[in-house]
Design a protein around this ligand. Structure first.
Ligand code: CIZ
Ligand code: SF4
Length: 319
């Protein structure tokens, strides 16, 4: 604990010296989330992280999250320096959608509007017509569907399937999934609900359909935190990365939050619902990158200019 305090103090000093700001995702370690808040940075979802970084005067952004989040921050702030604690922190959705295969898929279906999820590489975003996040994907696909457009969706098949079901849009789905959310189990969730009959069920739509079907609220990370705060209930079962529970407990003190069950028995698998790549962000490597300036994120300028078009479409739609 004393070592932790020393590291935190060192990070605070380095952030000041380097005129840097820390932006952290809801899924990273609670210590990093607290540090971001204490030092005037932000804790948020991937899009809000990038927007915050763009609008903040700091010329160095330190992104505690995974690679696509650092890339999106760099795309929105091409003239800023973007550092990440560990450049190997990635995402199974990003890994599962390689640029060349994705490009070939799009080329084979030129009649379709290409909509990709935020959890993709800069190059995949550059090939897309639209980038969407889980909070707005449904509205954007409904809008495109109303215009008679057929959709090519990538990479998360659960989120795509959920949006397809809700909107009735013609959607061709890429077969990707999140290795954390894909593990939530519908049957076990049903059993857990019997033990907690008054609990409200909060589900991120990257989860399988039989989990989503049991939800009281389906939503993005920010929407689930708002639901935890606003719903009139004392108990919640949460099907998303359990890093989010820190924020939920702060936003709704006195309420009880329980991890949704993953494969097997959640009692024997305490950290199943936690992203191994998010977990690569720590106090030590954060301090080290601030000190050394290593682990800078670069996005090819041409790719960045194309990717920002698909991101801006979404931002303008939301405005
Ligand atoms: O599952 C993720 O990685 C999410 C929800 C990212 C995001 O958009 O904040
Ligand atoms: Fe990717 Fe899932 Fe990890 Fe999010 S939680 S970064 S979607 S693997």
């Amino acid at each position: 604990p004393q070592e932790k305090e020393v590291l935190k103090a060192r990070i605070k000093r380095l952030l000041k010296e380097q005129k840097a700001v820390l932006v952290a995702h809801y899924y990273v370690d609670a210590d990093l989330q607290d540090l971001a808040e204490e030092t005037g940075g932000c804790v948020s979802d991937s899009l809000e992280m990038a927007r915050f970084g763009r609008d903040h005067p700091a010329q160095t952004l330190v992104v505690a999250g995974v690679k696509f989040m650092g890339e999106t921050s760099k795309i929105l702030s091409p003239h800023k320096r973007v550092l990440m604690p560990d450049l190997d922190a990635t995402c199974s959705l990003d890994l599962g959608c390689p640029t060349d295969e994705f490009t070939a898929f799009c080329d084979a279906h030129p009649d379709r509007t290409v909509v990709v999820y935020a959890n993709t590489s800069a190059a995949v975003k550059a090939r897309a017509d639209w980038m969407v996040t889980s909070s707005i994907g449904l509205d954007i696909v409904a809008h495109l569907h109303a215009q008679g457009k057929k959709i090519l969706w990538a990479p998360d098949r659960h989120l795509g399937g959920y949006i397809q079901k809700k909107t009735g849009a013609d959607m061709l789905l890429w077969h990707g999934s999140c290795l954390v959310h894909d593990e939530f189990k519908g049957i076990e969730l049903g059993l857990l609900r019997r033990e907690h009959p008054n609990a409200k069920i909060l589900v991120h739509p990257e989860s399988p359909q039989d989990v989503v079907d049991q939800a009281d609220v389906v939503g993005s990370t920010s929407q689930l935190i708002a639901a935890a705060q606003n719903l009139d209930a004392d108990e919640f079962i949460v099907a998303t990365d359990n890093g989010i529970l820190h924020k939920m407990r702060m936003a709704a003190p006195g309420k009880r939050f329980i991890d949704a069950p993953t494969a097997g028995n959640s009692a024997t698998c305490k950290s199943c619902a936690h992203c191994p790549w998010m977990a690569m962000n720590g106090l030590q490597n954060l301090a080290d990158v601030l000190e050394s300036g290593r682990n800078e994120i670069h996005v090819d300028a041409d790719i960045g200019r194309k990717a920002i078009i698909s991101i801006d479409r979404m931002l303008n739609f939301a405005a």
